[in-house]
Structures are given as C-alpha cells and as structure tokens.
Design a binder for this molecule. Sequence first.
Ligand code: PLP
Length: 369
Amino acid sequence: MIYFDNAATTKPSREAIEASSAANESVYGNPSSAHVLGAEAEALLKKSLAALGGFLDVSPDEIILTSGGTESNNMAFFGRNAKQTTFVTNYAEHASVVAPAERLRNDGYAVIFSSLLRNGALDMDALEKILRESRGAFLSVMHVNNETGVIQDMDEIGRLAKRYDAVFHVDGTQGFGKHRLSLRHVDLYTFSAHKIHGLKGMGALFIKKGEHSRPMFYGGHQQGGVRPGTENVAGAAAFAAAAAKAFANMRENALRVTSVKDALLQRIGDAVVNGENVSPYIANVSFVGAKAETIVNALKDKGICVSAGAACNAKKAKAGILSHYGAPDNIAESAVRISFSPQNTTDEAERCAEVILETMGLLRKFQRN
Ligand code: PLP
C-alpha cells in the first residue's frame, strides 16, 4: 500500500499513540474533579495546552480544545456576537468555512466571497476594496489550501485586515506543524491533530486574549465556558506529542516531502501542476484528457491512495475548486490531489508516476482508436 492522501489524514505517530494510551491507562480522572486523579488529569491537560500554546507562541489560556478543524472553524464564525454584521471569505476555503458563511448569509448577515487569481492567490486589490468598504468585518482565510496546497501571503493579508479593523481568522489546518506562521495579526487560528500524525476528532481554536467568542453550546465551566464538556485529556496529550514531533522536525520533514514530490513531478511528463507558491506536502496535478476519477481508480487498483479533491467532497460531485481559480473545465475535471508525509519515499513516488503514465498511455491509445 502506498499512502499519498495525507491531506485527508495522516497515520498516527507512535509518539501520539503512546501519549494517548498512557493517559487512558493511568490519567483517566476528570480534570474538573477535586481528588487526586482529577488533579493528575488537570495537570496533564495543562501541560498539553502549554505545549500547544508554546508552538504558536501564544498563552495556553488562549487555546480552546475542540473536536477538530471543522468545529474550530464553526466556532470562529458562530462565536461572533450580533454586532458582527459582515463576513468575508472565499470559495477556495474548506467546506467547514464556506458552509457556516452560507448559513450566516441565509440568516441575513452580509457575506462577501472575495475573488481568487488563476494561480490560487487571493486577489489582494479586490480584498482591500471589500475590507475598506466594510470596516470591522470578520475575515476568514486559510493558510495552506487543502486541495491545491497554495500558500496564501498571510503577512500581507493580516496587515490588510488590521488596517481595516477586521477580525482575522486563519484556518491553519493544513499548515500547522508544517509551515511556520506568526500569529501577530491573527485573532483566531484553527488547527487540527490528525493532519500532523495526531488522532482524529481532536483540534483547537486559538482565540486571542480580549477577543470574545460566544459558546456554540452550553453546559459546565470547562474551558472558561466557551467550549463546555469534559476535556479529551488523552487526545490533547497525543496532539501535543504529535505537534512536538512536527515542530522539532519541521525543516527535515519539508526537505523529505520536497524530494518525494519532486521525484513524482519530474516523472509525470506533460501533466499540468496547479497553483503557485505551493506547499511541498501537496501536489494538485491535472491529467488533461482523463477524468480525475479514472486516474484515482487506476491508482487504487494498484494499491496507491490519492484523491480527486478533499475527502469530505469525495463522495459528492466534483466540487471544482480550480474553477474558482478560473481554470478551464478540462483542467478542473482532471485534477488529482497527491499529498505527502515524511513517511513517504521517492520509490513510492516513482511507482505512482509509473502507474499514472501507464494509465495515460492506455487512455490515449483508446482515444485514438
Ligand atoms: N480545514 C481544512 C483546510 C482541512 O483540510 C480540513 C480537513 O480536511 C478541515 C478544515 C477540517 O478538519 P477536521 O477534519 O479536523 O474537522
């Protein structure tokens, strides 16, 4: 099996599994309990939060644990109070940003989807105009795109946001632990454990001190009442362990995935590589003349896992993120996402390229006959 679908999820690391098992076996108290087991659980929770905060250079009090990127993104939007009337985002965002934005629009809020350039970058002139005309808006932009790997210029976007008093939310789900980001201009930051070899169902939202967030549901006093419910202590410990490994090896990991990605791209001939300023963890490649599903299925038959887009859209009709970049239909329909982790090898990349070339060769032969 060759696993090239790491943007969908990653294999949990030994460190994450061990941290979670150790917590489940011996630190199983409720962190809110007054007895010794409770105190131990609370101490482990605090340690995990301190570690996560440390990687982002923020205070542990500014981190709210959630069930993952989806919940964090929803919390960022729906946590705004009624005074927030304008929301700005774009259609290249993950469904857990676009869907809340659309829901708010149906509820009567002003929601503006700003435009993207053909290379996947946000159109900064258009964005500036929107932010200027709706001062104090809520702006949500992802750091690294989950389908194309395009990295947005967060510094420039952050500066614009602050110039026009916007509340700035960043979906860092695909960037956390892989690409450094200063949160200087960022008010809310989403991150998730399972994209960095942590466990699924675990994520967090950084909420800058002073930045209010309304709870999405109500209950106990946990996490300052912003996100009540008994905390996932073992999941948080695993998240911190996965993050520690990712941050310690960030440079080395980037070099490794770059060599795997390069080995693949060098061998797939005339395929079109989509996006500019792209993360080495993701390749979005169009095989013009083929449908993405044909390539994905041919690879599946040979035990190679890739995808035709985000996993959450995999069972729906092609969402067509590239069409929001202004790509023609034949590019959008034939785009395959191949995503890497440091566990991949260049041999795997060579094998993947071989199967793709074989499949394209067969398709061309049939098309000619
Ligand atoms: N945002 C982005 C950019 C993602 O890639 C994903 C997951 O695919 C999410 C949010 C949702 O994260 P989670 O799966 O942790 O809910």
